[in-house]
Design a protein around this ligand. Structure first.
Ligand code: SF4
Length: 242
């Protein structure tokens, strides 16, 4: 499903996100953090892990490494056991130390507030940068993860599985002040309602704006019609059953 993203023909993005806001009034990142540095570390740890798991690890981690200068001094041997439970701990510890050293060397230990500077840090991609910008630095950002990809495509807001394309398409349909909440609401929706294998459409407040749901209805009404056509053809061939 690659290709240029396009806006839905029927659903207005504002109406969709109004409905998602109603369904998830608490939408916000589930990672625990007190500042941009902590959110950057937590978001990097959350790759291939759960927010709950990361939140178990970070209190002790931030007590030991309260800022980028402290983390820049860490060795991989020290760091790895502390983050092991989040998975991919060798790669993550390498990225975290590299990121912290880059913050110290290039930004005086502070987290920069621009996408361009953030994605230059080791281990930091657009999704992580958008999470930090939108939640901790007051800069509009629209993180696109697997939940956002799935939910936006099912609803019909986009037709693409490329995160950069989807970010551009969604941010073009909403004012910047709605970007971060729109992403958080889609992430919660993907976790709680619009699940990968079995979406709970009958509990979904977006269903009357959703292309996937409309198609379900079309399939359900198509079946009897197909049965009628098949029966008509059979009768024409063989005569009516008795
Ligand atoms: S109606 Fe179903 S497919 Fe559409 S957004 Fe809701 S849960 Fe997902």
């Amino acid at each position: 499903m690659r290709g240029r993203p396009r806006a839905a023909a029927t659903a207005s993005a504002a109406a969709v996100f109004d409905a998602l806001d109603r369904q998830h009034p608490d939408a916000w990142t589930e990672l625990a953090f007190r500042n941009a540095y902590e959110l950057l570390v937590a978001t990097m740890l959350s790759a291939q892990s759960s927010d709950a798991r990361v939140n178990q690890v970070t209190p002790a981690l931030f007590a030991r490494y309260p800022d980028a200068r402290a983390l820049a001094q860490a060795t991989q041997e020290e760091l790895e056991p502390q983050i092991q439970s989040t998975g991919f701990f060798r790669t993550k510890s390498r990225s975290l130390i590299g990121m912290a050293r880059a913050l110290v060397e290039r930004h005086n230990g502070d987290v920069p507030a621009t996408m361009d500077a953030l994605v230059e840090l080791p281990g930091v991609g657009r999704k992580t940068a958008n999470v930090v910008l939108g939640h901790a630095l007051g800069v509009p950002g629209l993180p696109v993860d697997r939940h956002v990809l799935r939910v936006a495509n099912r609803i019909g807001l986009v037709r693409s599985d490329d995160p950069v394309d989807v970010e551009a398409a969604l941010s073009g349909q909403l004012p910047p002040e709605r970007w971060i909440r729109a992403s958080d609401a889609m992430i919660l929706h993907g976790r709680r309602i619009c699940r990968p294998a079995a979406p709970l459409c009958d509990r979904c407040q977006v269903r009357f704006l959703c292309a996937y749901y409309r198609n379900l209805g079309a399939k359900n009404t198509a079946r009897p019609a197909a049965r009628v056509r098949a029966r008509t053809a059979r009768v024409a061939r063989r005569g009516p059953r008795r």
